[in-house]
Design a protein around this ligand. Structure first.
Ligand code: C2E
Ligand code: MG
Ligand code: MG
Ligand code: MG
Length: 290
């Protein structure tokens, strides 16, 4: 009986494995064609300076609209793009599109903001990265100070010497460097003083329960305090509620990002948002005004 059970379980297991492998292959084939078919688009999410109410930056977040599979979020295809190397051409497309879009908003006379682009570790290790970035900025005619790169601390796990060198080059161009999902990676803190970075992004896993979980609050306080002492900027991501915002404001966290302010929006909707709010707009600071 046990044998029978075992066999049927084994059977189930292999068929679901086949299915998974098949799904992955289908995804990979579709992903390969997606760039030529122009199935990717960028959504943008504001980062807000809580004191002035101004949008300081828009983070570009990639979306994949596949005719068969529908809208696919990055967590479902970025890892595959990494494994297959497709992240390199995709990443270039994201950077080119984001820089061109920021230039367009500048030409439309919106208050200048940075545009932030996420770089995965593999992208960051690619040869001639700085040349590529410089070329794209040139093509877009965008000054480097309006570009921000978001890297996770896991890029430090690769080749530290080379990472420092690349970051120095990018930083010397005037590009803003942020450490994304700060506090969730595996690297030691000592790299922070070695690297030319401007901003720490407190991961949203620490923000989610910040009002009720003392450990999460303690981590947020530690990151904010450390950023202040090291003269780094700090931003909290995933701010969804007024309570989270008030607590973080009380901790003197200068910048925030999250659904409370705006979800990531496609270009047309972001442009409408930029036209409609009179920045600085402080109404969200006072709940009685809502
Ligand atoms: P991330 O860079 O940490 O981006 C934040 C993620 O949290 C985004 O998910 C965003 O939509 C979501 N988010 C923002 N505010 C809130 C909030 O208030 N509550 C909650 N629950 N979520 C919020 P998304 O767009 O699905 O992206 C997931 C991850 O995929 C990103 O995490 C980033 O690591 C990666 N990614 C996105 N676009 C790109 C890209 O163009 N290139 C690379 N290499 N990675 C990308
Ligand atoms: Mg990010
Ligand atoms: Mg993040
Ligand atoms: Mg994240």
């Amino acid at each position: 009986r046990a044998k029978e059970q075992g066999r049927s379980r084994y059977h189930l297991y292999t068929s679901s494995m086949d299915e998974q492998a098949f799904r992955r292959l289908t995804m990979e084939n579709s992903l390969r064609k997606a760039l030529q078919r122009e199935e990717f688009s960028l959504y943008y999410q504001p980062k807000v300076n809580i004191k002035t109410g101004q949008i300081v930056c828009l983070e570009a977040l990639v979306r994949w609209q596949n005719p068969e599979m529908g809208l696919i979020l990055p967590n479902q295809f970025i890892p595959l793009a990494e494994d297959t190397g497709l992240i390199i051409p995709l990443g270039e497309w994201v950077l080119r599109t984001a820089c061109a879009q920021n230039k367009t908003w500048q030409l439309l006379n919106y208050p200048p903001m940075r545009v932030a682009v996420n770089f995965s570790p593999r992208q960051f290790q690619q040869p001639r990265l700085t040349d590529m970035v410089e070329q794209i900025l040139g093509e877009a005619d965008l000054a480097p100070c309006w570009l921000e790169l978001e890297l996770t601390e896991n890029v430090m796990l690769q080749n530290v010497e080379k990472t420092v060198q690349t970051l120095n080059r990018l930083s010397n161009l005037g590009i803003h460097i942020s450490i994304d999902d700060f506090g969730t990676g595996y690297s030691s803190l000592s790299y922070i003083k070695k690297l030319p970075i401007q901003t720490l992004k407190i991961d949203r896993s620490f923000v989610h329960d910040i009002n009720t979980n003392a450990d999460d609050a303690a981590i947020a306080i530690a990151v904010i305090t450390m950023a202040q002492s090291l003269r780094l900027n700090v931003i909290a991501e995933g701010v969804e509620t007024l309570e989270q915002m008030k607590l973080l404001d009380g901790l003197n966290c200068p910048e925030m990002q999250g659904y409370l302010f705006s979800k990531p929006l496609p270009v047309a909707e972001m442009t409408t948002l930029l036209s409609n709010i009179k920045w600085p707009d402080m109404t969200w600071k006072d709940p009685t005004l809502h």
